[in-house]
Design a protein. Sequence first.
Length: 310
Amino acid sequence: MKVRRTVVKRILFLLVICFCISSKTIAFINDTVLPVATVSSTRQQAIAFIDSIKQLDSSAYWPNIKPSLFLQNLKTSIYQPISIYPGNGTNFCGYGALTYLFLQDDPLGYAKLLLQLYKEGEARFGNASFTPSAAIKKEAGRLKYKGVLDIRPAEQMWYLCLADHYKGYLNIFNLRYNPGDEDRFWASVNYAKFNRMARGLLRYKVKAKGADWLHPNVGNMYEYISGQLTTGRVVLFINNRIVHKKNHVKIKLALPTHFIVVEKISKQDDLITLVYWDYGGKTLLQLSPSFLRRIIFGITHFSKNESDAN
């Protein structure tokens, strides 16, 4: 019986993958721009708001979150958005990149959203209504061995809520949270899911090029990314396993696994210098044009009209 169930699951998984590949124009290479709000906020507004909160009472909904740590974590995120950290060994990187952009554009909205989740156990923002499960509420504040994320309960709560709410085809066989699922497919983010979250939560116009299985057809990769940076922010969906391999030739698995936010990109002769946000800090990477093309599977551009940005 167990063997039959395993075979059925594998067949279903292959069918899902085939469907996703065949429908890439719908699920993966989707340039449709949904209507977005034009109201945003400044870091000064967010700082004034968060500094006005001197202390928090314990939450009836999040029994393992210490109020003092939650408030400190929220203040750190507002003051230093670059410090956002998805955690060692987790599948939270997509949520981290999304949150980094969130804090750039609407830090006051982010602070109010997390405080509402903390105080009321649920919240609504953009196109999303967050009603986290009982398992999520119990786990937030208890994650361990994830680096600095261990002492950041606000981020734990937020990433768990995002993973609990948004689902993609990678999550299909693991929809309910169990301890440790932050490291498993339950928390995984495929490219279409990332763009769907961005369109639902962020006040940007979102344009996506690429797929989970195919490189984006944009011509010269360096020139395309450089041009997109002149009019907005850029997130890359990359094969991080290749980036951190010493031997870039002997690669068996050529699939994207990681989201990064581009800060700068430049080129001298045949060497490209890429500076990007990644796991609580900025990273500088130098690579060839061919290697840049090899690692990138998705390029998502976040922009606003001039009237929206003012």
